[in-house]
Design a protein around this ligand. Structure first.
Ligand code: G3I
Length: 490
């Protein structure tokens, strides 16, 4: 097959040079002046690298042995996302029995070819093995913690960024979380819990939330995710990046896409395009998508979801940059030109300039049900303090546990569970003991009056289905004690 490799490379190079030359010529015409331009890079990965970004693709293990495929992969792409091999149904098909073999093959390939890896994905409601949905809430919590811990530990040091939680928000215009085994049994707090657990396992990998249909700024789903990230950043929940899958129709990205990327980046997270494909692959739609990223300083990379049209999960749409024979399509040229034109011209428009959240939030796995093996700092939990209220609304129960304590302070968690009826809001009230004072609350809104402490739901975790749960946490001065809690639902 050596001839084929050479032939493929020659055709790609010819297209590259022609396209790049056209791009430079257009740029010069547009500027109405003459200028020198750095030599255009000849591959997507090297062109993106000129502005400090990566260009990646999704890869299934089964294709690595196809020389036509791997030739393009290794020539063009500097980042790899396993298409399915790091998902739960492959990595933990039965409880506690882990299979990292297929993903290991991709990681080895990447290491041998100087490519980086995105980890996809630790917590997702799809491609879940059947045993997960049969678990009780407490079992599911410990299974989720253990899954995150085992998988991240296995790949530690080899993953640039993890999609810690994937597709947790609903498509129904509510801006709320979608129903899933995690949501329904663990409540809204499962996302925060997953990120805190992930950070406790690996302090260096970037931790991302990843979703689709969050590219249009005004969409309720976009706003829901934005509010979650804003809340996480304000409370120090460890999140470093947001992935915008970008599975587009033939019209390409919404006109607000750059605004969306910029607004998220301004929260202090990196943003990345993580699964790009566009029906019929119009060259202009691809260029618009890439330029939206290039115009945002914290948009750190772009991944397309497959190489050739025949490799795509939506192959009927011919949505990728290479045709089924491996020839670069017009969209390839437009992307390459856009990347080359951006050399040294990254502008941004973000005002964040912030650093990713620190690692001091790690190791605080909470509650008595986690059972993780991550060596975190969970200690001496004290359960109790359960109480039921419900005047004028649905009933709820609140249960307290101390999740950590030290000399002069402690961390508590309160789990709220709806009764047999759904509730749309909750309030938990208790009286602090002498010497206790609360310094920080997350996943709730604090009001204090003397020693009376009231925590109401946050904007995103008030609605609970019958018997569903959520949690809030707090940091306090003083010594822990088991409070008598009153929970009121509305
Ligand atoms: O491997 C089995 C094979 O043994 C079996 O014979 C065959 C029969 O259907 O199925 C094969 O598994 C398929 C798997 O892809 C590997 O090809 C599954 O059925 C199929 O459902 C699975 O589809 C994947 C899909 O996620 C699952 O939801 C796609 O390849 C993958 O591209 C897609 O990727 C997702 C991202 O992870 C998240 N965002 C959306 C994106 C597109 O759906």
């Amino acid at each position: 097959m050596a001839w084929f490799k050479r032939d493929t490379r020659r055709r790609a190079t010819a297209a590259t040079i022609a396209g790049a030359a056209a791009g430079v010529a257009l740029a010069l015409l547009g500027m109405g002046t003459f200028a020198t331009h750095a030599a255009a890079a000849g591959s997507l990965g090297s062109a993106a690298a000129q502005s400090g970004r990566y260009f990646g693709t999704a890869v299934p293990t089964a294709k690595l042995g196809d020389p036509a495929y791997s030739t393009i992969l290794d020539r063009e792409f500097g980042m790899i996302t396993p298409e399915n091999e790091m998902k739960w149904d492959t990595t933990e098909p039965s409880r506690g029995s882990f299979n990292f073999g297929p993903a290991d093959q991709i990681v080895s390939h990447a290491a041998a070819h100087g490519q980086k890896m995105r980890g996809h994905t630790l917590v997702w409601y799809q491609q879940l093995p059947g045993w997960v949905s049969g678990l009780s809430a407490s079992d599911l919590q410990s299974a989720m913690d253990n899954h995150i811990t085992q998988e991240m530990t296995h790949f530690k040091g080899k993953i640039y960024a993890w999609d810690v939680v994937n597709e947790a928000f609903a498509d129904d215009g509510s801006g709320q979380h979608r129903s899933s085994p995690f949501q329904d049994k663990l409540g809204n707090g499962f996302i925060e819990h997953a990120f805190r657990t992930a950070r406790s396992v690996d302090a260096n990998a970037k931790l991302c939330y990843n979703d689709y249909n969050i590219e249009n700024w005004t969409d309720a789903k976009t706003q829901g995710v934005y509010n979650m990230v804003k809340d996480f950043k304000s409370r120090g929940v460890p999140i470093d990046c947001v992935g915008f899958q970008s599975h587009f129709g033939a019209g390409g990205p919404p006109s607000s896409f750059q605004t969306t990327l910029s607004n998220f980046a301004a929260l202090g997270v990196d943003v990345q395009i993580t699964e790009l494909d566009i029906a019929q692959a119009p060259a202009s739609a691809y260029a618009n998508t890439v330029n939206a990223c290039l115009h945002v300083a914290r948009c750190t990379g772009i991944t397309v979801w497959g190489i050739r049209d025949s490799d795509s999960w939506r192959s009927g749409d011919n949505p990728l940059l290479f045709d089924s024979s491996g020839n670069p399509k017009p969209a390839y040229t437009s992307v390459l030109n856009a990347l080359n034109a951006a050399t040294g011209t990254t502008t941004g428009g973000t005002t964040d300039g912030g650093t990713t959240s620190g690692t001091t939030n790690g190791g605080t796995t909470s509650g008595t049900t986690s059972g993780t093996t991550d060596g975190g700092t969970t200690s001496g939990t004290t359960d109790g303090g359960s109480s039921t209220g419900g005047a004028g609304g649905g009933a709820c129960t609140a249960t307290y546990s101390t999740t950590n304590s030290w000399s002069g302070g402690y961390q508590g968690e309160v789990k709220i569970t709806a009764g047999s009826a759904a509730i749309s809001g909750w309030t938990v009230r208790w009286t602090l003991s002498g010497g206790q004072s609360i310094t920080q609350v997350w996943n709730g809104t604090l009001t204090t009056s003397g020693s009376t402490t009231t925590v109401a739901n946050a904007s995103y975790n008030g609605s609970l289905q019958p018997a569903a749960s959520t949690t809030f946490g707090f940091l306090a001065n003083g010594s822990p004690s088991t409070p008598s809690l009153t929970c009121t639902g509305s």
